[in-house]
Design a protein around this ligand. Structure first.
Ligand code: GSH
Length: 218
């Protein structure tokens, strides 16, 4: 029986889409990518996406949504699982994947805030969340202290954006977090993380922040 085809419906700046691309590339899965404009969602997309959000995966005739669910599915249909097999460890990992979604949200709110007060408030929330991560990681290997797993797919997009923000706006948001700084370095050196965004990502991201009149970018 031929395997169903995989199509990832995408938006070029979305960190949640990036999570799925990391997993697809890490696991060597063939897929097609279709970009849509979220400011002008096509009718066919609204018909298949219950929440109107990307990522969505078309798996043959089936449709999957929610990045954490998509990633677990992709992991389960391919060998060499990126999730712990022990139910307790797996539950813990799912908790941190959910947590990382909140970190992504804090980072987004900080980056697009268009006044100083909002920026300071969201920056504080973002730093607090990073601090929680700093306190639970070991400083060895990836998030779990050893090999790359789905929590790493979920977290790495934060560091792709953080590196750009730090470099372009001369910030040192990881200055007090040596273990996270080392983890970021490890992520950003991986081919499947480097290649999980479009080639011109940095310019598109900066333009997006400027167009949003972001305090950070001005
Ligand atoms: N919980 C979702 C979040 C996905 C999400 O927020 N996607 C954003 C783009 S990064 C989106 O599609 N937003 C469109 C909208 O809200 O209208 C997931 O993990 O997949």
């Amino acid at each position: 029986m031929t395997k169903p085809s995989i199509e990832l419906i995408s938006f070029n700046l979305c960190p949640f889409v990036q999570r799925s691309i990391i997993t697809l590339k890490k696991k060597g899965i063939d897929f097609k990518i279709t970009y849509i404009d979220l400011a002008n969602k096509p009718e066919w997309f609204l018909n298949i996406s219950p929440l109107g959000k990307v990522p969505v995966v078309r798996y043959g005739h089936d449709v999957l949504f929610e990045s954490a669910v998509i990633n677990e599915f992709l992991d389960e249909i391919t060998p060499e699982s990126l999730m712990p097999s022990d139910p307790l460890e797996k539950a813990k990992e799912r908790g941190w994947i959910e947590y990382s979604s909140q970190v992504i949200t804090s980072q987004h709110l900080m980056s697009v805030s268009d006044d100083q007060g909002d920026y300071q408030q969201h920056r504080h929330a973002f730093i607090e969340r990073l601090s929680t991560l700093e306190n639970i990681i070991t400083g060895e290997g990836f998030f779990n202290g050893n090999g790359f797993s789905l929590i790493d797919s979920a977290l790495a997009p934060i560091f792709t954006r953080l590196r750009i923000i730090e470099d372009r706006f001369n910030l040192r948001l990881l200055a007090n977090f040596p273990k996270l700084a080392a983890l970021s370095e490890r992520y950003l050196n991986l081919d499947y993380v480097k290649n999980s965004v479009v080639e011109e990502f940095e310019d598109i991201y900066i333009k997006y922040l400027i167009d949003k009149n972001s305090f950070l970018a001005h």
